[in-house]
Ligand binder design. Sequence first.
Ligand code: COA
Length: 483
Amino acid sequence: MATRKKVTKTKSKSAVKKTARKVVTLRRKKPAAKAQASKANGNGYPRPSSRPWGHAGRALDGVRILDFTHVQSGPTCTQLLAYMGADVIKVERPGIGDVTRSQLRDVKGADSLYFTMLNGSKRSITIDSKHPKGKEILERLVKLCDVLVENFAPGALDRMGLTFEHIHKLNPRMIVASVKGFGPGPYEDCKVYENVAQCAGGSASTTGFRDGPPLVTGAQIGDSGTGLHLALGIVSALYQRTRTGRGQKVLCAMQDGVLNLARVKLRDQQRLAHGPLAEYSQYGEGIPFGKAVPRAGNDSGGGQPGWILKCKGWESDPDAYIYFITQAPVWGAICDLIGKPEWKTEADYATPPARLPRLRKIFDTIEQWTMTMTKFEVMELCNKHDIPVGPILSMKEIAEEQSLRLTGTVVEVDHPGRGKYLTVGNPIKLSDSPADVRRSPLLGEHTDEILRKVLKYSDKEIADIKVSGAITPPEKPAKAEAA
Ligand code: COA
């Protein structure tokens, strides 16, 4: 979409007149011409590509993104779009770059895994957005890109002079996508990080054990979760633009993103007004409910009771556990497997409502059985009977899991500064758009290339830009922020 190749050739005056007449004729006969096109192309759409699957380009080929993101939420979004084929140009502060380049460093002097795993398949250009020449370069980029993505603190983009109104004037097709901590309201000016969002979005109050404090989860639902939401907003806006011809603002607040992922708990909040939540184990234990949805430990979020159970080796292996779901249709199979065939017919156990007050006893009994096997043995046996179970996989096991390598979900890439590292590839698989997973760029690695090939600056102009200080670090580089 950003590639706008000039296809018109120089024509003689009479040829131009002829063409103009032809255009007029075609316009007049539009309905007939349209009908003909429909016949030829199937409702006016392009003919289906005859190229082999996966060889007809990538889903977002031609989309150019001005990536003004940093830390995790924004970079998650733009990395996914890059995997889908978009040309993502990451704009970073000269000499410093995205603060995560130096956070949680494991290899001295090399970009951290924090950075490399969130910025694959992108290009990096350094621009001081507050330098007059830097502003000029940025505006040139704005004119040539389809989407600007940012997750600065509230107001920072405006302070750079890049208000939506100004951007829209420079490029009416531009989609301006932002992650903020909160949407409009009392907290809109707050800076927000992952765990703040988990707490404000209702996840922390509903995670953990009833008798313990609220807990945050390891999955980055505030940052990466909101980045995912933003990516959906962007592709929707790109699609709408094909009809309207204009861009729009896309805003994802981290609080909203977390709440969207925690919606089942808002469901339970409303159910609570009509009585206790019978599938929560505290119901079976006779503990009264308060006014708000309680923390439910490892209770299943759905209507199928579940719990995490010990497996063989749990005494020394912190991950020797399995999630076990007592799904109603396979209750008979569970009873047979664990050696309790009588539970299939006994009134206290035969039906799901009868089992609800006895879940603790049921899971204790199943655990006696799971403890005799490894989590993988339990999984194999249960799956034979369609009993849903989930082995607790450690990150070590996931990193070594060959099936994830084969599907491209875990990918090994090579980096000039740090050597080989693992990254998470595209978890969304498109059959005609293979993911493009490449290493993250070095700071400013593509500055020259972008100035020359995308922005079409001449050698002389580039030389002037270099001495201006707009793309190079200030003489006394500011210290990178602490982790
Ligand atoms: N050239 C010059 N200045 C640049 C620049 C560039 N290329 N890139 C960034 N800056 C400046 C910004 O303009 C801003 O300056 P200002 O405050 O004078 O306007 C400054 O760098 C810092 O940006 P800011 O976003 O405020 O960073 P921070 O480290 O203070 O805050 C967050 C970090 C994440 C808390 C904040 O950005 C935020 O709340 N973002 C929205 C929510 C979010 O995404 N949080 C999750 C992060 S994973």
